[in-house]
Design a protein around this ligand. Structure first.
Ligand SMILES: C[S@@+](CC[C@H](N)C(=O)[O-])C[C@H]1O[C@@H](n2cnc3c(N)ncnc32)[C@H](O)[C@@H]1O
Length: 219
């Protein structure tokens, strides 16, 4: 049994996604797993999201709010909403968040309650592989729906090690979703969801970043 089984919980009501309830253990695992580089990688993700002062940002699958808080630092007077199906992990996020411009709400990526065109930026990190594969396109369509025309998408996803031994080790620690994450399908899925200006980059040690823009901005 991998460590993933200790961190993950049965799906919360309303999703077939694999939720995380134990926020404290998750952050300890994250610190070790990123080998001391988690803060640097997540601050870079916040910058790459293109979020700027005054923006309204949605962080889907926010977990303990690690990315949410770094996005809050770049939006200044703006607001970041962290969304997750797990009420327990959101309680943890609220306890450790000092930034006044972060709020947290229960919800699911595949059926967002937000109105169309309501966010400047939609971000998520290490969330999509928690969804069953058949829900990922639905979640991307929802991200597009709630972004305003010209709004920006940022996805950070787990990039499995190229070498089979490393990949197998990841699988033993976390489970098959990370070991077999089909990372090269991510950018094409974002294109299929109707985004434009789709770019990919890798951040070390583990993250593939895909950024994109919702078409239709008024010039
Ligand atoms: C690996 S954690 C990532 C947390 C945070 N984004 C980070 O990078 O530290 C994945 C998160 O996705 C959440 N999740 C699972 N199913 C989901 C769904 N259907 N919609 C949104 N989030 C979901 C889990 O509860 C968990 O908090």
């Amino acid at each position: 049994m991998g460590l993933g089984h200790l961190l993950h919980h049965n799906p919360a009501p309303g999703t077939a996604g694999l939720t995380i309830d134990h926020g404290g253990s998750y952050d300890v695992f994250g610190a070790v797993f990123f080998g001391g580089r988690r803060d640097r990688v997540y601050r870079r993700l916040a910058v790459l999201s293109g979020a700027g002062p005054g923006d309204l940002v949605l962080d889907i699958g926010c977990g303990t709010g690690y990315l949410t808080r770094r996005l809050a630092a770049v939006v200044g007077s703006g607001t970041v909403v962290g969304l997750d199906p797990s009420a327990a992990v959101l309680d943890h996020a609220r306890r450790i968040t000092k930034e006044p411009n972060c709020t947290y709400t229960v919800g699911v990526a595949e059926s967002l309650s937000a109105q169309d065109n309501s966010f400047d930026v939609v971000a998520n990190c290490l969330m999509l592989h928690h969804l069953p594969e058949d829900l990922r396109a639905t979640a991307l369509a929802e991200m597009r729906r709630v972004l305003r025309p010209g709004g920006r998408l940022l996805i950070g996803e787990f990039r499995p090690p190229a070498n089979p031994v490393g990949r197998h080790l990841v699988g033993a620690l976390t489970g098959p979703a990370m070991e077999h994450n089909p990372i090269d399908l991510l950018a094409p899925m974002v294109v299929d969801a109707g985004f434009e200006q789709v770019d990919s980059a890798d951040l070390h040690p583990w993250i593939r970043v895909v950024t994109a823009v919702k078409p239709g901005a008024v010039e």
